[in-house]
Design a protein around this ligand. Sequence first.
Ligand code: FAD
Length: 305
Amino acid sequence: MSSSAYKASRYVSRSRLKVSFEFFPPKSDEMEATLWDSIERLAPLQPAFVSVTYGAGGSTRERTHATVARIIKETALKPAAHLTCVAATRAQVDEVIRDYWEAGVRHIVALRGDPVGGVGTRYESHPGGYEGSPELIAGIRAIGDFEVSVSAYPEMHPESGSVSADIDILKRKVDAGATRAITQFFFDNDVFLRYLDRVRDAGITIPIVPGIVPVQNFKQTAGFAARTGASVPDWLARRFEGLEDDPSTRKLIAAAVAAEQVLDLVDRGITEFHFYTMNRADLVYAVCHLLGMRPQDVAPNAVAA
Ligand code: FAD
């Protein structure tokens, strides 16, 4: 980070910033305990919302619902439930949407989802199912007055032929009722800002919130990036080089890299961030602290020192 970037971001008022946190539904009691420790640690930072993912092919339908329902019951957080239309009829998807409405959920992250055969295979809509994300969004809006967030891809979706084809789909999603887009993670802020310019040039005005992934495990993140079309710059690989057996230094580097990324974005006018937490609080908490965020019972308006 340049020293000017650092200085500028020192004076960010906490009240200008909005953050949200993404979790995935736990598979075991142990993972459930980790998730809830993380939720309890991050909740006092008063995120705008917390989202819970939906497993590939709808595989976590019950677990996503149970996690979202527990968030509503036990916290003051606003949950957003992810939902895909893969491998399900409209009636089945509509039932999930109605169940969310009845449980008090008012925000859905609406996604088409990956092809049943996995990333890289051809996407076929399910017989009797929603065709794609624009149709799913329209279906959600027809059932209830939900806030609807959607995906956006600064480096193109792997199935896309061009950035403009990607932006066309985003426009269709907005026309269908999407109110916010959350991006796939990225590491090069210039790529995101160029994409944002193109989105605005296309007449899309909804918030485009950068998705930030603190690198808990470089190898795993690089593998995930390869599947999702996100690029991993050489400089990032070099920062984690030689730290395979040194988790504590890795963690310090990960916090530094994520902090550098968000503080640079703040300096360039971005005020909303969505963090992919991987159900772990420590790195995200540290980055939010650097952003000037403090637990609600501590005087806010703080700045990075
Ligand atoms: P869309 O945005 O509808 O389409 C993605 C791209 O495919 C388009 O940009 C376009 O290039 C191409 N495309 C789609 N339809 C057409 C068409 N009709 N004609 C031409 N091109 C087309 N997956 C899960 O399983 N569960 C989750 O909880 C989940 N959460 C996510 C959250 C975020 C913030 C992001 C960025 C992704 C998430 N995903 C999740 C991954 C997502 O399901 C996959 O990337 C999937 O392959 C595409 O779904 P989408 O809604 O992004 O697709």
